[in-house]
Design a protein around this ligand. Sequence first.
Ligand code: ARG
Length: 476
Amino acid sequence: MSEKMWGGRFTKTTDEMINDFQASIDFDKRMYHEDIAGSIAHARMLAKCGIISKDDAEKIEKGLKDILGQIERGEFTFDVALEDIHMNIEKRLTDAIGDAGARLHTARSRNDQVALDTHMYVRREVVAVERLIVDMMNALVEVAEKNQDAIMPGYTHLQRAQPILFAHHMLAYFAMMTRDFERFAGVYSRADIMPLGAGALAGTTFPIDRAFVADELNFGRIYHNSLDAVSDRDYIMEFLSAASMLMVHLSRLAEETILWCSREFSFVELDDAHCTGSSMMPQKKNPDVSELVRGKTGRVIGHLMAMFTTVKGLPLAYNKDLQEDKEGIFDAIDTVKFSLAVYARILRGMKVKKDVMKRAVDEDFSNATDLADYLAKKGMPFRKAHAVSGSAVHYCIEHHKWLEDLSLDEFKALSPMFDEDIFEAIRPETCVKNRNSLGGTSYTQVAAQIKAARDIIAADTKTADEQEAKQIKIEA
Ligand code: ARG
């Protein structure tokens, strides 16, 4: 007989290489806390339903808490022969308390057990990610608020387009983070469904109480189809999808930071403590962090693709392919958390060079739309005003001038509708101030965005607090 916990029908022990290939303990050990919390809830339920004795349940609970202590003190040696976290803990428990431990797995399969652990783990990590998103939101608002008067060119096609507030640009990223938060809150609600009690696939012959377990572990809902309970990995794919989207946002911000701190733009200066040098070129100060965030985005998207591909051809219910859900999501969790934390720090340390940004507006034609708008407001059809402004730009290029350098006579030669007030109308500050449509870049609109942002931060913090209050914390 094999020594495996499932060894009864086997006549040989598992080939060592085969075992190494199929074992997951190296990575699933990070779910030890969830595994123990889930087992304690399961044992309490078994006792409550009269399936095991109260005495056995108490022994199990105490034994599991001892194991928790051992793991947290680093005294627990994980054994690859025991394949995964579930059997490592169960074996150690049974070694310690005997038959009571051997009763723990009544009415349970590793299929619903691993599903339970992963749901709880994801549910916990979603909250951690949400907290970091909120901190990132705070960093964006801080930077926006600190530089409220900084004017920069807004771009389309990476060509200077219209003057905008730098704060407006930062708040566009805030808006993305708002949606990221919503997406993760959605992941939370789909991870907050309790799978235990599905057994291997079909339910169990024991008179279990799944609602009791859900209640013990603060789950909002219970899976109502046992096949679905053990084979659902939607919440994993959703996490990876939300994580990919978030990384895409960070990556765009990273890309802009990289451009902005180049000599060509010089819009920002990163903190020396946040950059690295070159081993050969003494003058270099490189924005490695931004590049890495941009780079790591690819790997998170890769995990999403991997998981979609893994699941797409799987028959119901459990297949070992599903064990592949873990390394990807664990790595995505680590990557997203680290990237968010690091990037909030980059933003807070970033010096905004308002004078350089302003010069990029002054020495260009990004006020040409305002010139056209000026004429349109005086009654000229916009298409015609657009053409006049276009000729004004053309005239300036020929004569090496900017629009604000033209004399009133030169303006009048382009159209008699120009008056003295044109000079005020095309000042960058005026261009910004006048874009006061809802969601525009005006000082008023940006101030309103900052105010609304604070409300969103407060609401999101409350959501995360409520979710955090539901997390299960077992004391060793
Ligand atoms: N380590 C496995 C996993 O992560 C646990 C479930 C194993 N179940 C099974 N029937 N082999 O998916």
